[in-house]
Design a protein around this ligand. Structure first.
Ligand code: ZN
Ligand code: ZN
Length: 148
């Protein structure tokens, strides 16, 4: 029987294991990017080393990408299906909400090509914008914090 999470792993040449399926499930369920600690907590305090290894495999295989949003913890978000280990196509803008501290991928907003002077060799470009997310800008008084 077809299993969508298993298919997602197989499509990225990742052998499905129980832990990998659990971590992927958590990432699929959450629109916002998650840190290692978030994933660990959402899995009911799973072994940090195993979760860390799983996220590293996912990153290496082009299933997730890392986001450094300035909050101190690296966060992970699912990549576009077209991402491969050689060619991550997630050069999109990320948005960090200073109120709920959630980081969102904005896949339709591309990071502009920035030319640097001289012989600087760029290895990575990331663009994190900060402010209030759509939900927080409405300032719902009943809005629950990210991690209750
Ligand atoms: Zn927010
Ligand atoms: Zn992203």
């Amino acid at each position: 029987m077809a299993h969508p999470l298993e298919d997602t792993l197989i499509a990225k040449q990742i052998t499905p294991t129980a832990m990998r399926l659990l971590v992927l499930d958590v990432l699929v369920q959450h629109a916002a990017a998650l840190s290692l600690a978030d994933v660990e907590e959402l899995l009911g305090h799973a072994d940090r080393i195993t979760v860390h290894r799983t996220l590293k495999t996912f990153t290496d295989k082009g299933l997730v990408h890392r986001i450094e949003d300035g909050s101190g913890a690296v966060k992970f978000a699912l990549c576009e299906p077209s991402c491969t280990p050689e060619h991550h196509q997630d050069l999109h803008v990320h948005f960090f909400c200073t109120r709920c501290r959630e980081t969102a991928c904005l896949p339709t907003v591309a990071v502009p090509v920035i030319r640097l002077p001289g012989t600087y060799q760029v290895q990575e470009t990331s663009l994190v914008m900060k402010g209030l997310c759509e939900r927080c800008v409405n300032d719902l008084p009943t809005a629950a914090p990210t991690m209750q």
